[in-house]
Design a protein around this ligand. Structure first.
Ligand code: C2E
Ligand code: MG
Ligand code: MG
Ligand code: MG
Length: 298
């Protein structure tokens, strides 16, 4: 697509400003190897999704799962998305990869719903993918084909993706919402949103960037930003979600300030599907009569 071509031109344009060095050659070579590995993985099932629990703070119950992508083919160490998503984008693979993620996450959601595990499935979408023509239509078709429940689906888009072209983004998000899917603004607070533009966006949720949550205990500025985001989100009638919770204190702080949902290593790392189900049963069925904090503790 035009967007993709422009992006690639920008990428290679940038590279041309560098002076040729052996390190650069090595980097380019590594990127190329990773691209080949991704192409193989797309054919051979080398991508996996892990699922990280999302907890509703008030009830202490499981609210959802965030699907997080891994490149996990047999021959090498598994790789996380921060290393390969940018390469997938510049290699023109993000459309295909994003589609695989949507299909797999919808398939898993349908399976879990059928088993009575009602979790809202959150799917991350790259800016390039979001702006591909007919993105919403494609998503709608995937949901229908797999029999997923759109009211238990949520797309996570980043601030930068939205703010690059606000009007275009509003139209795309409206189409997504018309499918019955929820929209969350991810990594909120580190981008460049104009606050007034937030009022025009059809959003359901703000996810406070984990850099703030992680420093809540030690850093007054992080607390100030977190509280400001909570106030802003709630006055716009949005749910606010804290991610990167690594301690009980961080969780208690967020609870005290009315944060709606929580996610982080303190609850659980991202898990393969079978371990996610096991984790759920251990947490919730062990003491089915009560709910809340006590049984959330590891
Ligand atoms: P994100 O959407 O903000 O996801 C949260 C990241 O924080 C995940 O890293 C997760 O494993 C990590 N995390 C969760 N809890 C904690 C915690 O308590 N402490 C710390 N230090 N980290 C925590 P991951 O899986 O490496 O993903 C990184 C980013 O890659 C994601 O950030 C998201 O932007 C992107 N990504 C992941 N999956 C996909 C995907 O399927 N498609 C696209 N386009 N991007 C994806
Ligand atoms: Mg996310
Ligand atoms: Mg995030
Ligand atoms: Mg992030």
């Amino acid at each position: 697509t035009a967007d993709l071509a422009m992006y690639q031109a920008k990428q290679s344009g940038r590279a041309n400003f560098h002076i040729y060095t052996p390190e650069l050659e090595q980097q380019a070579n590594q990127a190329h190897q990773l691209e080949l590995r991704m192409r193989r993985a797309l054919k051979n099932g080398g991508f996996k999704l892990l699922y990280q629990p999302v907890i509703d703070i008030k009830s202490g119950r499981l609210a959802g799962a965030e699907a997080l992508l891994r490149l996990e083919d047999n021959d090498d160490e598994p790789i996380g998305p921060n290393s390969f998503i940018p390469i997938a984008e510049s290699a023109g693979l993000i459309g295909q990869l994003g589609e695989w993620v949507a299909v797999e996450a919808c398939r898993q959601q349908e399976e879990w719903m059928r088993q009575g595990l009602k979790v809202t499935m959150a799917i991350n979408v790259s800016p390039l993918q979001l702006r591909q023509p007919a993105f919403a239509e494609k998503l709608g078709r995937i949901i229908t084909d797999l029999g997923a429940d759109p009211s238990y689906l949520e797309l996570e888009v980043t601030e930068s993706a939205i703010m690059e072209n606000l009007n275009e983004a509003i139209e795309i998000l409206k189409k997504i919402k018309s499918l019955g899917v929820k929209v969350a603004l991810d990594d909120f607070g580190v981008g460049y949103s104009s606050l007034s533009s937030l009022t025009n966006l059809p959003l359901d949720k703000l996810k406070v960037d984990q850099s703030f949550v992680q420093h809540i205990e030690r850093d007054q500025a992080s607390r100030a930003v977190t509280e400001a985001i909570l106030a802003l989100g709630h006055s716009l009638k949005l749910d606010v979600h804290g991610e990167g919770i690594e301690s009980e204190n961080a969780l208690l702080y967020l609870e005290e300030h009315g944060c709606n949902q929580a996610q982080g290593y303190w609850f659980s790392r991202p898990l393969p599907p079978n371990e996610f189900v096991r984790w759920y049963h251990e947490q919730w069925e062990a003491g089915a009569s009560s709910s809340g904090w006590d049984r959330l503790k590891r």
